[in-house]
Design a protein around this ligand. Structure first.
Ligand SMILES: [Zn+2]
Length: 252
């Protein structure tokens, strides 16, 4: 085993005290894929558990997973979610979890990914912050999922009428450093747009721009996200949820 990987796993083992179902041992997946010079340093990081496969198969798998999410969202929109036996499912996932999607979404109480995509226990890893922004801890949470779970899709999900985006657009100074850090993450997306910051049209554009900013931030801040997307093991999908219709719209 590569000693970098052994150190990493050992460190996680300490965190988890060996009791989490996430702590399933990962199989060594072989030599890293050829990466650009910029990625070489990242290729020294521990490999993931992703199965190998050709590039087309891996991308097709991600699109199939997205289609399943779309189907679930349409059930939610229609008010016809699947009937679920949560007790049986709770038992079924006791031995381990195998989600293929990690969602970076807003913490808004109206935008619960498992509900709006009509998914079951164990289907989605949800990392949620106000304005779906990332920092070191959220990036670490996503990296943890990519390292230990069979993730194929990293969905960055913004939404209509996002209070965090609206607050950032107001340009107000925040009363605490924590709140300021949150709006500062959104500010670059706002700064690239022109128009009346309080108009609905501006805010809708800002919500989309913020989703794209979050994807850019993740790729810049997370060597594991960069490595896995460069190798096509994970596809980043960007989308916006409409509070009005319940529908999720994929961004180009
Ligand atoms: Zn929000």
């Amino acid at each position: 085993m590569d000693c970098t990987r052994r150190t990493f796993v050992s460190h996680l083992g300490l965190i988890l005290a060996g009791t989490s179902p996430w702590a399933e041992p990962a199989a060594w997946a072989g030599a890293p894929s050829p990466l650009t010079a910029q990625h070489e340093e990242h290729s020294k990081l521990p490999m993931t558990t992703h199965a190998s496969g050709n590039e087309e198969d891996k991308l097709a798998a991600a699109e199939d997973i997205w289609e399943k999410l779309v189907e679930g969202n349409l059930r939610f929109v229609a008010g016809k979610p699947l009937l679920r036996d949560f007790v049986a499912r709770r038992t079924a996932v006791l031995a381990g979890q195998h989600p293929k999607v990690v969602v970076l979404g807003c913490s808004d109480s109206r935008v619960s990914p498992s509900v709006i995509f009509d998914q079951d226990l164990g289907d989605l890893v949800e990392v949620r912050t106000a304005g779906n922004v990332t920092d070191t801890v959220t990036a670490g949470s996503i990296e943890y999922a990519l390292e230990h779970l069979p993730i194929r899709v990293l969905l960055i999900l913004g939404h209509e009428k996002c209070g965090a985006v609206k607050t950032a657009a107001s340009g107000q100074k925040m009363p605490t450093a924590n709140l300021q850090a949150m709006v500062d993450k959104i500010a670059p997306a706002i700064a690239r747009l022109q128009g009346d910051h309080s108009s609905q049209d501006f805010l809708r554009k800002a919500e989309e721009a913020n989703v794209r900013q979050c994807a850019t931030d993740l790729l810049a801040d997370s060597p594991i996200v960069l490595r896995e997307t460069a190798a096509n093991n994970v596809e980043i999908i960007k989308a916006i949820y409409s509070l009005t219709t319940g529908q999720v719209r994929r961004l180009a």
